[in-house]
Design a protein around this ligand. Structure first.
Ligand code: ADA
Length: 556
């Protein structure tokens, strides 16, 4: 990556492998509206004529390569369906705005080529996860695009799992390589982290992938924690006949996350999550949040006293996760789903689209020390037998991909949920004093004892959502609904009750910033926005911000 160019990560991921950012201006053609110069990353809603457009858009870019060889294109996020063409030949298809994918072009010739991406953000049966919802499904290439030059056998991923064994930091390292040639490959992998060095052999059959795993102890390293988020570069090099042919640098941290009875422990210390739910949304940028704004959001959350964020309701831009690693902000990352009914979950594409989303989320985000919980299926049909099958399958898939982090889901099926035995942590969304007049403490006591009993085993308990709406600038002594005063008052009362409970492991405010919702969802959503942010879309603080800060600021 050349200095000054937009990056997809916050550190250099390769020294040997050549990478080039394809971010910048692309041509966007929309059949009925003509051609536009469109920013990548970006949402087409940023273009005034397309502010409400839902449909198909074709992005093209001319690229020039200075030598022949294999090219690998990495797309970090396209909303929501993409068909990729290289010189008019289709080379990839992908569904879901919020997970990355890549494609390899073998033996591309030196010279000029055309990359074309047909992007579709329409709703319908083909799309089981992007449906009209309480957040907006934008259109466009919303996250960075990178072109890499790779050898016939290259590193696909490196997964690092830290573990504390008798006070010594150890880790398991798994390396996956892809062999795209017609010949078998045999080589060596060397991983270094400061003065620590791990070696392994790797054999990959022609046109297939292979993995190698090694365990090692790491000397002279410090733990990663919310207070001291120490990070290390793990440098992995692939050798063929003692010749270094490819590399991948990951950034890792040494920390443990563990559950004992009904408590969560980070590095063997009990932890209480003081968190925000955050959508990737901004009135100007849509869901394509620039790095500066990600950093600003994190600053606002930390200043308000938060130590955690939930990526409601989908995997986030990896630069945001990089920032969370750097700032010591704990992350609940979840797969893409919000309030899907039993019928939605029966969509013929649902299982496959969820499976892809979970695999891409975990494979790509595995190494972030900040991620401490994998979440699934927010407020879906966990009260039905069809739903239960899906929850069970998804937890099983996560366990196979990563067994080092606890799993959970946020339920709204109060007194009817039949999946509470499945997660490691019980999580519930509640809106006392907003959607109902329940006394926040009594309501929670009753619900919690039902959930604890239904779950069977003792488990940590988190309030994954609570909140109230307030429209920025709407102030009135009447304190009626939608005033900033009412929002502040509700958060004040609820936080007072929930922050001081020893039987909870955390609370997450709904939500950090106001977000645009789909038109179909505008009932009870003034301005077609979900106005429960403690800052508005432009990140202007509402009265509630200082209230939240005064509660989170107090030690727990
Ligand atoms: C739900 C849901 C959120 C949001 C919230 C609200 O519990 O999980 O996505 O819709 O309620 O604002 O009502």
């Amino acid at each position: 990556m050349h200095e000054g160019e937009e990056m997809d990560r916050l550190f250099d991921t390769n020294v040997i492998r050549e990478r080039k950012s394809l971010d910048g201006m692309w041509i966007l053609s929309i059949e009925e509206n003509g051609n536009f110069n469109a920013a990548v990353p970006g949402c087409w809603e940023q273009i005034p004529e397309l502010s409400k457009y839902r449909g198909v858009g074709i992005y093209t870019k001319k690229i020039t390569t200075s030598k022949s060889g294999n090219l690998r294109f990495v797309f970090k996020g396209i909303s929501h369906t993409a068909d990729v063409y290289f010189d008019e030949k289709k080379v990839a298809h992908h569904y879901n705005a919020y997970t990355p994918f890549s494609t390899v072009i073998k033996n591309a010739e030196e010279g000029e080529h055309e990359l074309k991406v047909v992007v579709d953000n329409t709703f319908g049966e083909h799309s089981s996860l992007h449906i009209p919802n309480d957040y907006y499904t934008y259109g466009g290439i919303i996250r960075p695009v990178i072109m890499e030059s790779v050898p016939d056998c290259f590193i696909e991923y490196v997964h690092f799992t830290p573990e504390l064994v008798k006070d010594k930091w150890c880790a398991e390292i798994e390396v996956k390589v892809s062999n795209v040639s017609d010949a078998d490959f045999s080589g060596k992998i060397v991983c270094t982290l400061n003065e620590n060095k791990v070696e392994m052999q790797i054999n990959a059959l022609a046109n297939s992938c292979a993995t190698s795993v090694a365990k090692a102890q790491f000397d002279n390293v410090s733990e990663w924690s919310t207070q001291t988020p120490t990070l290390y570069l793990l440098n992995t090099t692939l050798y063929e006949n003692d010749h270094a042919i490819d590399d991948l640098i990951e950034r890792v941290g040494f920390r443990t996350i563990k559950i004992e009875e009904d408590k969560v422990y980070l590095n063997n210390k009990k932890i209480f999550f003081k968190g925000f739910n955050r959508h990737e949304d901004h009135p100007t940028f849509g869901c394509a949040i620039p790095l500066q704004l990600m950093a600003y959001d994190i600053q606002l959350m930390i200043d308000a006293g938060a130590n955690a964020v939930r990526t409601s309701h989908y995997p986030n831009d990896e630069r945001f996760l990089d920032l969370c690693d750097e700032r010591g902000l704990l992350v609940w990352e979840e797969n893409h789903a919000r309030a899907l009914s039993e019928d939605d979950m029966k969509n013929v594409n649902f299982d496959r689209q969820c499976e892809d989303c979970i695999r891409e989320m975990i494979e790509n985000h595995y190494n972030h020390p900040s991620i401490i919980i994998w979440g699934i299926l927010n407020e879906c049909a966990s009260h039905t037998t069809v739903g239960r099958e899906k929850y069970a399958e998804q937890f099983e898939q996560i366990g196979e991909l990563d067994n080092s982090r606890p799993k959970s889901f946020a339920t709204c099926q109060h007194y009817t949920d039949i999946c509470l035995d499945l997660p490691d942590i019980l999580s519930v969304n509640v809106y006392p004093l907003w959607y109902n007049d329940d006394d926040p403490a009594q309501m929670l006591d009753k619900l919690k004892s039902w959930m604890d009993e239904t779950a069977g085993d003792k488990k940590p308990f988190i309030i994954t959502e609570f909140g109230a709406g307030g429209i920025y600038g709407y102030r009135s002594e009447t304190e009626v609904k939608w005033t900033e005063e009412r929002q502040k008052q509700i958060l004040d009362t609820v936080m007072e009750k929930y922050l001081n409970r020893d039987d909870l492991s955390g609370i997450f405010i709904w939500q950090f910033c106001d977000t645009r919702v789909n038109e179909e969802w505008s009932f009870n959503r003034p301005k077609t926005m979900n106005n429960k942010g403690i800052v508005d879309g432009y990140r202007r603080k509402k009265l509630a911000y200082e209230t939240v800060k005064s509660h989170f600021g107090m030690n727990k």
